[in-house]
Design a protein around this ligand. Structure first.
Ligand code: 5BU
Length: 436
C-alpha cells in the first residue's frame, strides 16, 4: 500500500485521520514505523504529534554502534508502532521484538489497512493491541456501494480473504527471550518458580539424570557435581540397594547444593492407581520428589489425582508432550492435546518434557529436554542425541537432561562443568536475541 506516498494530499489526509483516530490521545513517548513502507507516514505522525521517532534498521550496521533501534529513548519508554497494511502481522512483530529487546514497551500497533487475514489475532496473541483505520471489509463495502466494483466482486474478495488466512504465529518472544528470573515472577507453579530461581542464581540449566543402580554411586556422583546442576532426575526403581537412608542423604544434598529432585516415573495409569503409586509402596515418591514426570495418555484423571494428592503441598508435574526416542508413537495432535490438558491444570504444571520450541508458548512452564550429548548421535536402543546448541538455540529447551554423557565420562565432574558452561552460554546467547 505504498501508493499513498505518491500523492502528497492523500498522505496528508491519512496522517490527519490516523492522528485523530489513534495518536492524539496516546500517552506513548515514541512512534516507530515498520520499515520501509510505513516510514514516511510515521515521520509525518511523529512531527504532528510531537513525539520522538525511533527508527528500526532492518540490517544492523556493520560499523559504529551497530544499533538496530536508533533514537533517543530510555528503558521502559513506550512506543507506538505504525504500519500501513497487515496480513499475517509478521513484519510488525519483527519491529515489536527489536523494540522489546531494547527494554521498550511496544504493545500497540496503529494500522492503515487490516486485510483481515489473521494478522490482528497473531499480534494480539503476542500482547500487541491493534487499531486499524480501515479493514478490507470496510473498503470493499465502500467500493461496492459507490459502484466501483460489482457486488459479485465484493463477495469474491471476502470469500478469498476468509479462505486464505495467514498461518498462526507463535510467540517466540515471551518464552524464548525472557530470562529465567523474569519467568520465575510469572509462573504460578511453586516448583517452576524455585527451579527458575535456582537456574538464575547458580547459572546452570543442567539436569543430571543419575541412571545408576547403586545408591552409593549416585550419592558419590552428586557430591562431585552438585555445584553445577539445578535438578537431579532419578529412576528410583532401578536402584538395587534402595533404603530410606538414601532418600535422607539425597534430600540433604539437595539442600546443601540447592537443587531440586525430579522422579522420572512417567506415570501412566488411571487416577486411582496413580495416587497409590505416588504416595504408597516402597518409594513414597510424594514425600521426597519435588516433581515427577507423567504421561497425558490416560486423560485428565491423572492430573486430578496429582491435584488432590498434592493439595496444600508445593509440588509439580512435568507432563510428557514429546519423546526423544526414535520412532516413538507420539503424534503432533497428541502433543497439542497434551498442551491443552496442561493449560487446564496450569498451577500444577512445572513444565513439559518436549523436543521443540513450537510445542508451547507459555513462559510460566519449563521446557525439559532429554536426549542431549556434546555430539549428535544415537545409542543402540533408539535414543537420539542433539547438541546443547541445537536444543537451547533452535529447539527452545529451558532445562537440559544429560545422563550417560556425564555419568559415564572418564571424569564426570570435569564433564559436568563442560556441559554446564556450554548450555549456559547458549542460553545467554538466546536471551540476548542474537540468534541467526
Ligand atoms: P541419557 O543417558 O542422556 O540418554 O539419559 C536420558 C534420560 O532421560 C533417561 O533417564 C531417560 O529415561 C530420560 N528420557 C529420555 O531420554 N527421553 C525422553 O523422551 C524422556 C525421558 Br520423556
Amino acid at each position: 500500500m505504498v501508493f499513498e506516498i505518491f500523492y502528497s494530499q492523500l498522505q496528508e489526509l491519512i496522517s490527519v485521520l490516523l492522528y485523530d483516530f489513534a495518536i492524539k490521545e496516546s500517552k506513548c513517548q515514541h512512534v516507530c514505523g515498520v520499515p520501509y513502507t510505513a516510514l514516511p507516514i510515521a515521520t509525518l505522525l511523529s512531527v504532528k504529534a510531537k513525539k520522538s521517532m525511533l527508527m528500526r534498521r532492518k540490517e544492523a550496521k556493520s560499523y559504529g554502534t551497530k544499533k538496530v533501534i536508533e533514537g533517543h529513548y530510555c528503558v521502559g519508554d513506550s512506543c507506538l508502532i505504525i504500519e500501513d497494511v497487515i496480513t499475517s502481522g509478521s513484519s510488525v512483530m519483527e519491529t515489536v521484538n527489536d523494540l522489546r529487546k531494547e527494554g521498550l514497551k511496544a504493545d500497540e500497533a496503529i494500522i492503515i489497512l487490516d486485510r483481515e487475514q489473521g494478522g490482528k489475532q497473531n499480534l494480539e496473541n503476542n500482547n500487541v493491541s491493534v487499531k486499524s483505520l480501515f479493514t478490507m471489509s470496510d473498503l470493499i463495502g465502500i467500493l461496492v456501494e459507490s459502484k466501483k466494483v460489482t457486488e459479485q466482486m465484493g463477495i469474491d474478495v471476502k470469500n478469498y480473504l476468509n479462505n486464505v488466512q495467514a498461518p498462526k504465529s507463535v510467540s517466540l518472544n515471551e518464552r524464548i527471550l525472557l530470562p529465567y528470573e523474569k519467568r520465575a515472577e510469572l509462573t504460578s507453579n511453586p516448583i517452576a518458580k524455585k527451579l527458575f530461581n535456582i537456574m538464575a542464581v547458580k547459572k546452570t540449566n543442567l539436569c543430571i539424570s543419575v541412571d545408576l543402580t547403586s545408591s552409593i554411586k549416585i550419592l558419590d556422583l552428586i557430591e562431585q557435581i552438585g555445584d553445577h546442576i539445578c535438578l537431579v532426575k532419578t529412576h528410583i526403581d532401578i536402584i538395587e540397594d534402595f533404603c530410606d537412608n538414601f532418600i535422607t542423604s539425597l534430600t540433604n544434598m539437595a539442600k546443601k547444593f540447592n537443587f531440586l529432585i525430579l522422579e522420572d516415573r512417567k506415570f501412566a495409569d488411571i487416577g486411582n492407581t496413580i495416587a497409590l503409586q505416588y504416595e504408597k509402596g516402597l518409594y513414597k515418591i510424594n514425600e521426597w520428589a519435588d516433581c515427577v514426570t507423567c504421561h497425558s495418555l490416560p486423560g485428565e484423571g491423572i492430573l486430578k489425582a496429582f491435584s488432590s494428592s498434592n493439595e496444600g503441598t508445593n509440588k509439580g508435574i512435568f507432563l510428557l508432550a514429546e519423546m526423544s526416542s526414535e520412532g516413538n508413537l507420539i503424534t503432533p495432535e497428541y502433543t497439542q492435546a497434551t498442551v491443552k490438558m496442561a493449560e487446564k491444570y496450569s498451577k500444577l504444571i512445572t513444565g513439559l518434557v518436549c523436543q521443540k520450541k513450537e510445542t508451547f508458548n507459555n513462559p510460566e512452564w519449563i521446557q525439559l529436554t532429554p536426549g542431549v550429548q556434546l555430539e549428535s548421535s544415537k545409542d543402540s536402543l533408539g535414543q537420539v542425541y542433539n547438541t546443547p546448541e541445537k536444543v537451547i538455540l533452535e529447539n527452545g529447551a529451558d532445562c537440559v537432561v544429560v545422563g550417560r554423557g556425564i555419568v559415564f565420562a572418564k571424569n564426570p565432574a570435569a564433564e559436568a562443568i563442560v556441559y554446564k558452561d556450554t548450555l549456559w552460554r547458549c542460553y545467554m546467547k538466546r536471551i540476548s536475541g542474537k540468534i541467526e
